[in-house]
Write a new protein. Structure first.
Length: 227
């Protein structure tokens, strides 16, 4: 099958939906079929079928419903992510699962019941374009893991947009990444809540994001979808 890949750059994508749960799989296909940004959709119910179809069709994005058994799903993810951008859908936002999926090769991670139909489509398009898109629960889980393994520091782990933050903004961003609220940050840094809110707004503007989840995803080193 000799079709030209769109890579989502023109807003239209070709998506392969993978999962052994018929209800979930058909539901995702239905959402994609009704959106004008989707060029074409295929579906696969098993690892073998997914690998065969992906190789023949070369989709812009693979949507992998990470069901049970999860280990088999991770093996499928590892194989698919070597050649294709993969958006994982999972039932839980446990830090180990999120971190494992991203390390194995997932570009994005959504948690069931934590996204709307429009957010799902936005995540699919973002993933096709190579931008990380994580559910808020997934970001919080990663932030909690980061809090447990890394001491507080006034420096960003990555470069690019975070390089433009001031020292104080870096400190605030570190606390945000640890799941701290504005009042908690204000208490820790001996600032007023209004001052912290102003810092947060400036951080959003500099990072070109609109939410704590997107800011933390960028802070953790992933290119994010800021829509």
């Amino acid at each position: 099958m000799n079709e030209t890949r769109s890579d989502g750059k023109d807003g239209q994508i070709r998506a392969l939906v993978v999962g052994d749960d018929l209800v979930i799989r058909r539901g995702l296909v239905s959402l994609l079929d009704t959106d004008a940004r989707t060029l074409a959709v295929r579906e696969a119910l098993s690892r073998a079928q997914a690998l065969e179809l992906a190789q023949a069709w070369a989709p812009d994005v693979v949507i992998l419903n990470l069901g049970v058994p999860r280990q088999e799903g991770m093996h499928t993810l590892a194989e698919l992510s070597q050649l294709y951008k993969v958006l994982v859908l999972a039932a839980k936002d446990v830090a180990f699962d999120v971190d494992h999926a991203l390390r194995v090769g997932a570009t994005g991670y959504l948690v069931h019941r934590q996204f709307s139909a429009s957010e799902f489509i936005a995540a699919v398009v973002a993933t096709a374009q190579g931008r990380a898109h994580l559910s808020p629960g997934a970001v919080i889980a990663l932030a909690e893991k980061l809090k447990a393994v890394r001491p507080l520091r006034a420096a960003a782990p990555g470069g690019n947009r975070v390089d433009g933050l001031s020292r104080r903004e870096l400190e605030v961003m570190e606390y945000i990444s640890r799941g701290q609220s504005n009042p908690e940050i204000a208490k820790a840094l001996f600032l007023s809540e209004k001052t912290v809110k102003n810092h947060v707004n400036r951080i959003y503007a500099k990072l070109q994001v609109r939410s704590r989840a997107a800011a933390v995803a960028l802070w953790l080193g992933a290119p994010v979808d800021s829509d």
